[in-house]
Design a protein around this ligand. Structure first.
Ligand code: F6R
Length: 385
């Protein structure tokens, strides 16, 4: 039932404040004065966390983009070396086995053949090693607790986003991101104060508490953001009538969000789009730019803010039409169009910057009169390799 929405995709985008509210209610325990409450409560056995020295994540498509944000968090927040693989590549060229490794498979459907096959291969090759340091430890992150994935892994994190009908993943992507925030906070909390090779890994407890406090604001922030960007993106869509290519730029933790913005646009509008780490533009892709190629630049305050703004300048100097996904800007002249996102801790910004990505591609495709919920050549579960 689409209720009053024109498409399921739009309905599911609007359900994200609820996805976030459920996550907060389930996983952020109320702090009771004087009692030692954990920062996050996850329904996962201690075995997922204990003695883990390395993490590898296998996924496809949008789920892989969530994994890339997750890897950033696991490394920067919890100090755990983490690698992300395309499941379809991992299977045929896995890296040499490493000890004390947690393998995470991310798939909203729990049925993606590439992801399941890669996980099965990893489980099998680790079972053949006698040394217990190499034993398989598999965690699945999914929206389908009854799926094939759930039957094959030892531990499952159910993102509980509710049924998603639109082929383009939206609320399940947010759910996957939130699963990684929970996981990396849980790892970080366990590792507070631990030192490796003389340097402290991860964040202090105070820093983690401040992040959790900000995460509690997420449902309200999303509520406001979805309503605002729905209107802004709807009135922007006509500008893309003749557009054939769009470039998405982001850096750091927002680089995967640029990739996700480009994938969403390709999938449902059939417009060619590419996401790049903004600093890489000058190494080739900048040759593509002219007045006909809009550039979406995700520029959120933090470690790379100034760099991203100067990368956006470079694009503007090539006459590109610049769309900024940024806070109400000191540099108001820079962007032709601003899709404003409130300034939050940089580590949390992907949870907000993804909203304009989803709504921009939705409205561009809907304006073109396309079948947004059932794009050509795509299926909700890709069960062939
Ligand atoms: C994106 C999309 C695909 C899927 C990919 C993986 O909107 O629909 O890129 O993300 O096929 O699907 P799951 O998460 O089910 O493994």
């Amino acid at each position: 039932d689409k209720r009053s929405f024109r498409h399921f995709m739009l309905k599911e985008i609007h359900e994200q404040p609820e996805t976030a509210a459920l996550w907060v209610a389930r996983h952020l325990p109320e702090v009771v004065e004087g009692e030692a409450t954990p920062l996050v409560a996850l329904p996962l056995a201690a075995e997922v966390f204990e003695g883990v020295e390395r993490i590898q994540i296998l996924a496809c498509g949008t789920s892989r983009h969530a994994a890339q944000v997750g890897a950033y968090l696991l490394e920067q927040l919890a100090g755990i070396p983490t690698s992300v693989f395309y499941a379809s590549e991992f299977r045929y060229a896995p890296p040499p086995l490493s000890p004390h490794t947690l393998t995470i498979g991310v798939t909203q459907s729990g049925e993606t053949a590439d992801t399941l096959a890669a996980l099965a291969m990893e489980q099998e090759r680790r079972r053949l090693v006698a040394d217990p340091a190499y034993r398989p430890r598999l965690l699945g992150i999914t929206n389908r607790a009854e799926s094939s994935l759930a039957r094959m892994v030892d531990h499952i994190f159910d993102i509980g986003a509710g049924i998603e009908v639109g082929v383009a993943a939206t609320k399940t992507f947010l759910g996957q991101l939130l699963a990684f925030y929970g996981l990396s906070l849980a790892f970080a909390e366990r590792r507070v104060g631990q030192r490796q090779g003389g340097v402290s890994s991860g964040r202090s407890r105070e820093e983690l508490k401040a992040l959790v406090a900000q995460l509690r604001q997420l449902p309200q922030q999303l509520e406001a953001l979805v309503a605002d960007h729905d209107q802004r993106c709807a009135s922007l869509a006509h500008r893309f009538e003749g557009t054939q290519d769009v470039i998405f730029l982001g850096r750091g933790i927002n680089y995967p969000i640029a990739l996700e913005g480009a994938l969403k646009l390709k999938e449902i509008s059939y417009i060619h789009a590419e996401g790049y780490p903004a600093g890489e533009m000058k190494h080739g892709p900048i040759a593509l730019l002219d007045a006909k190629v809009p550039v979406v630049s995700i520029a959120m305050p933090g470690a790379v803010f100034d760099k991203v703004l100067s990368n956006a300048q470079e694009a503007k100097a090539r006459d590109a039409q610049l769309i900024g996904v940024a806070p109400e800007c000191p540099d108001a002249e820079l962007f032709d169009v601003l899709l404003p996102v409130p300034a939050v801790d940089e580590l949390l910004s992907p949870l907000l910057t993804v909203i304009p990505m989803q709504l921009l591609s939705y409205h561009i495709a809907a304006h073109r009169g396309l079948d947004v919920d059932q794009p050509r050549n795509l299926a909700k579960s890709v069960t062939v390799e």
